[in-house]
Design a protein around this ligand. Structure first.
Ligand code: 5HY
Length: 244
């Protein structure tokens, strides 16, 4: 199968690392194509960035559909533009946040989420409510490391993330941890060993769910809210999005 992995920010370095994490989780017959939009924020931290990243995600999903991708992953933890993407895709579209929450709820009574900055917490909490999984989440915490500093050894990212996981275990009774950023994928296995509980990376979770949905022949329903967009004229910068 052909799996499109869209990193909604415009950081090519992060897209490459997300592609590596996806390939590491993928089955041998799964071909991963990792892309990012050319327009939008270099990283997504909160509502403002998210709003400007969504159109680029839709453009990449439409290109992927035209190129015959079997499924699409949105590789940003706030599941940027997920519902809109499902409207214009036939194949399954999976957000790494939603995927991680579902897998965490299969291996733990209550999971904790550790994301980057405090401003990223509210969108994640809103998604948990939207997905109906807020009761399974003990708390959403932030390690106060910016997205683009996660792979900078001088940022102390791993130590700060590990310390926040320790607090989630001690204070929130979390019995699994969900890593709240695509840029944390490479740290999941060593943090799980260090802390002795499941540490879930959304990129790997989404790859395995995409493979399962495609193998079962399940595609996005075109009845209800994910129906194809109505024919309509778009003006200005989005004239190219016109569907009618
Ligand atoms: C992510 N931002 O996964 C989110 C994490 C966050 O650019 N990739 C980003 O802080 O919301």
């Amino acid at each position: 199968m052909k799996l499109l992995v869209v990193n909604p920010n415009t950081s090519a370095g992060m897209t490459a690392r997300i592609g590596e994490a996806a390939r590491a989780a993928a089955a041998a017959q799964t071909r991963i194509v990792a892309v990012n939009p050319i327009s939008g924020p270099a990283s997504i931290e909160g509502y403002f960035d998210e709003a400007f990243a969504a159109p680029g995600v839709i453009e990449e999903v439409l290109k992927g559909e035209a190129a015959g991708m079997d499924a699409t992953i949105i590789a940003c933890f706030d599941d940027t533009g997920l519902e809109a993407a499902r409207c214009c895709a036939n194949g399954p579209v999976i957000g790494i946040g939603e995927a991680a929450f579902h897998l965490a709820s299969l291996v733990a009574h209550r999971f904790g989420v550790v994301t980057t900055l405090s401003r990223s917490i509210a969108p994640i909490e809103a998604n948990l409510v939207k997905y109906g999984l807020e009761r399974r989440c003990a708390r959403v915490r932030a390690c106060e490391v910016p997205v683009l500093a996660l792979d900078d050894p001088a940022s102390g990212a791993r130590e700060k993330l590990s310390a926040e996981i320790e607090r989630a275990k001690a204070q929130d009774a979390a019995d699994a941890i969900v890593l709240g950023c695509a840029g944390m994928a490479a740290l999941a296995a060593s943090l799980a060993r260090e802390h002795g509980l499941p540490v879930i990376d959304g990129v790997a979770a989404a790859v395995k769910l995409a493979e399962a949905l495609v193998a079962l022949g399940y595609a996005t329903s075109k009845r209800g809210p994910y129906a194809r967009p109505l024919p309509k004229t778009f003006a200005g910068a989005f004239a190219g999005m016109s569907t009618g």
